[in-house]
Design a protein around this ligand. Sequence first.
Ligand code: P6P
Length: 332
Amino acid sequence: MSQPVSLTAYLTEAAVSHRIDEALVTVVQQIGAACREISGALNHAALAGILGATESANASGETQKKLDLVANDAFIHALGPTGVVAGIASEELDGPYPVPGASGDYLVLLDPLDGSSNIDVNISVGSIFSILRAPRGAAGLSDADFLQAGTAQVCAGFAVYGPATVLVLCFGHGVQGFTMHPISGEFLLTQPDIRIPEHTSEFAINTSNQRWWQPPVQRYIAECVAGKSGPRGRDFNMRWVGSMVADVYRLLTRGGIFMYPRDTKDATKPGKLRLMYEANPIGYVVEQAGGAASTGYGRILELAPEQVHQRVAVIMGSREEVERVASYHAAG
Ligand code: P6P
């Protein structure tokens, strides 16, 4: 079996074929380095005594795990010295972080450790990243510079720290999946040009929230659960990992629909997941793989952001199913 293409070799070729500038290549290589470091930290966490929670909470009011901060630091230490990242926004930072001394043109938005409630029970977690251009470079950087629609992303992707550590990467020219070699730590292209199957019989949703779902979601899930004798005429399967990256990697691989819809549990929140560093980057990947990413009422990537930690309803995956759910929302 020939040696798969390395991330470095892929980036070198993509720089030419997709005119990706050297600075952006550097940013992605450093994101890969941070993911490699985080993978190692997770493998050793129980032995190093860094499982468990800290005394602090993030801007969304969620208790921070020790590894949330380890992951956040890994990205800052990997990206800061490049000089090409003007600023970083992160789930773990109250506000955007202007990188000292940077002269760069890129902004990086991060969920450094997605699904961290799963860490202590040894279930897959991940890192999510979104890359935007800094509209005025580093000199004039302001918080508003981060508030760009998902369609403005120049690159996005995520890592899953599971049985294997994988990196999913997209520059707007298709979706590439890399697997980290457990010994060399090199990311090798194992899933080139990922396409989501349009047709699926698998849904992912936290059904403990069922009593708070709005009617279109109630209808869609009830029809899936009704199975062969119901209006869908076939049985469906359900999965819910509790880590968006793990559920999405599955649907990228074998199809499916992932849903964290708006519900009435807290009427002040439009959803649970964050727009800027969860829904937008993952939605960008899903769309590029031939799927769809909707709030139920519109395309996620076209939303005009109002603040960096804002939440959004998320319905994404196999195009056929997402369009069905959106049609139920349109019908009211
Ligand atoms: P719940 C993890 O905290 C996360 O942001 C996503 O990765 C995941 O899909 C979701 O929240 C899980 O939420 O309410 O099922 O614990």
